[in-house]
Design a protein around this ligand. Structure first.
Ligand code: GBH
Length: 488
């Protein structure tokens, strides 16, 4: 059924924050400059077959050198805020020693943003662990959480006088389960036990980081960004399907939400993972640290999915993302699971016939409305945590016109539909205070290299030329007017 805000002009609250997001490894380049050393992603990129086309992050969008031009780009798009991440491997290359030259880059970037009157929204960790720390065990090693808190303090000492918004982690689910369970992401490990240990230590690191920052900056805005899915049972009257949707929700969403907002892992997760030794990595006092109050929950939303305990007649085409693992159904064909899950047995994605993006992910804007209302009701509201969409966007292939322009009506329609979904959530009572488009520009799409484009701005990697796409011009007008224009 059409929602109230499905086609007319839609206005946002006066102080709604409009922004765009990127991440250090995906845009910076400057891979070996000014003392930077390998992160786990540099090493992963060298594994034959790990990344499409053997792409790496050594040059990427050359943002390391072009940041003044990129800040001017943000300004030209009328954006209030820029969400970026800092590279731990640039700042603490060997995992122990602070590299001044690396810190200086972020200092210059922040100054440039403030000069342009753009609010810096800083994320400390967007997946690029220093390789030196991976060699000491990475996230499955509890000590890494304490090293993260040290790094957070280092960043705050350098930038705390100018940066007021601090996010500890971007999508710990990806770091834990793509990095250590499916192996689709760096460091490419394949173990349910390691993924679970990593998840707990990422949460512990979040809590230690928040405590360290809060102590030094009582007034700062502190938060965490999670990626969410909206899992629907294929047949809501079938208890087996309902249980599969519960498990999918547990391992994507609640395994992070509940410790942070309720100070406890859900009992069903502890039961489902008992045979994997999850409880053994949790020490007394950890959950108290993890549940330290935060000011902001960052919501990254791309898609949901319909799941069943029963395989579909045919392995679904186009619904399994590149994150998926290939598994064999008991008596069916080989197929891809929707996503890695440390307790994967029998979670079968079914296509709903919705349109899909170039990632194969279903386009499901109303899932975002439901997600925001649920977060408000079940988690954020009672604690007064504000919700921000910290990522939303879509990959589509660029069709470049003769004059060099990109008329990406597909991406424009995607953002339009999702902004209307945000407005529906606002109308329903969700405390959503801002939206960051993913992404400011095309960039290194992790294991898919430069083959997928999420940008509001096209990057021609041969020349590093930036061209604002139709979606970017449209989004700039939305930010300027604080409203989505009527859809024709
Ligand atoms: C984000 O990850 C990242 O923060 C960002 O760096 C990245 O570039 C961007 O998204 C685009 O990928 O099982 O088929 O339903 C998003 C990661 C995407 C992981 C959706 C889970 C489920 C796909 N999530 N995915 S599927």
């Amino acid at each position: 059924a059409p929602t109230p805000n499905s086609s007319g002009r839609v206005e946002f609250p006066a102080d709604f924050l409009w922004g765009a997001a990127t991440a250090a490894f995906q845009i910076e380049g400057g891979g070996a400059e000014d003392g930077r050393q390998d992160s786990i992603w540099d090493v992963f990129c060298r594994i034959p077959g790990a990344v499409v086309n053997g792409d790496d992050g050594m040059v990427a969008c050359d943002h390391y050198h072009r940041y003044p031009q990129d800040v001017a780009l943000l300004k030209s798009l009328h954006l209030d805020s820029y969400r970026f991440s800092t590279s731990w491997a640039r700042v603490v290359p060997d995992g122990r020693t602070v590299n001044r030259a690396g810190l200086d880059f972020y200092s210059r970037l922040v100054d440039e943003l403030l000069e342009a009157d753009i609010l810096p929204w800083l994320t400390l960790y967007h997946w690029d662990l220093p390789q030196a720390l991976e060699e000491r065990g990475g996230w499955p090693n509890r000590d890494t959480a304490y090293r993260f808190a040290d790094y957070a303090v280092t960043m705050h000492e350098a930038l705390g006088d100018r940066v007021g918004v601090w996010t500890t982690f971007n999508e710990p689910w990806c770091s834990a389960f793509l990095g250590y369970t499916s192996g689709a992401h760096a460091p490419g490990k394949k173990s349910p036990e390691l993924g679970l240990a990593a998840a707990h230590h990422l949460l512990l690191a979040h809590g230690l980081g928040v405590n360290a920052l809060r102590e030094r900056a009582p007034e700062a805005t502190l938060g965490l960004t999670l990626n969410f899915t909206v899992s629907d049972p294929v047949d809501p009257t079938n208890p087996a399907d309902v249980d599969v949707a519960r498990r999918d929700d547990a391992m994507f969403n609640r395994i992070f939400l509940d410790p942070v907002f309720r100070g406890a892992y859900p009992q069903d997760i502890l039961d489902d993972t008992a045979h994997l030794g999850f409880a053994d990595v949790i020490q007394d006092g950890d959950l108290e640290i993890i549940s330290t109050p935060i000011d902001v929950l960052g919501v990254n939303y791309y898609n949901g999915g319909a799941v069943s305990a029963t395989p579909p007649a045919q392995a679904p085409q186009g619904t399994a993302g590149p994150d998926g693992e290939r598994t064999t159904a008991a008596d069916g064909p080989v197929w891809e699971t929707r996503s890695p899950n440390p307790v994967p047995d029998g979670i079968y994605p079914h296509s709903r016939g919705l349109p899909t993006t170039d990632m194969g992910w279903e386009v499901q804007p109303e899932g975002l409305t439901r997600l925001l209302l649920r977060l408000q009701e079940d988690y954020s509201g009672p604690r007064g945590t504000a919700l921000y969409i910290t990522e939303n966007g879509a990959a589509y292939p660029d069709v470049v016109q003769d004059d060099g322009s990109v008329d990406d009506q597909d991406r424009l329609a995607f953002v339009d539909a999702h902004l209307r979904a945000v407005k529906d959530a606002l109308d329903g009572g969700a405390d959503v205070r801002g939206y960051f488009a993913w992404s400011l520009m095309d960039n290194f799409e992790w294991a898919l290299g430069y083959s997928k484009r999420f940008g509001l701005t096209r990057v021609d990697y041969a020349t590093q030329e930036r061209t604002v796409k139709a979606s970017g011009r449209w989004y700039a007008a939305v930010a300027r007017d604080n409203a989505v224009p009527p859809r024709d």
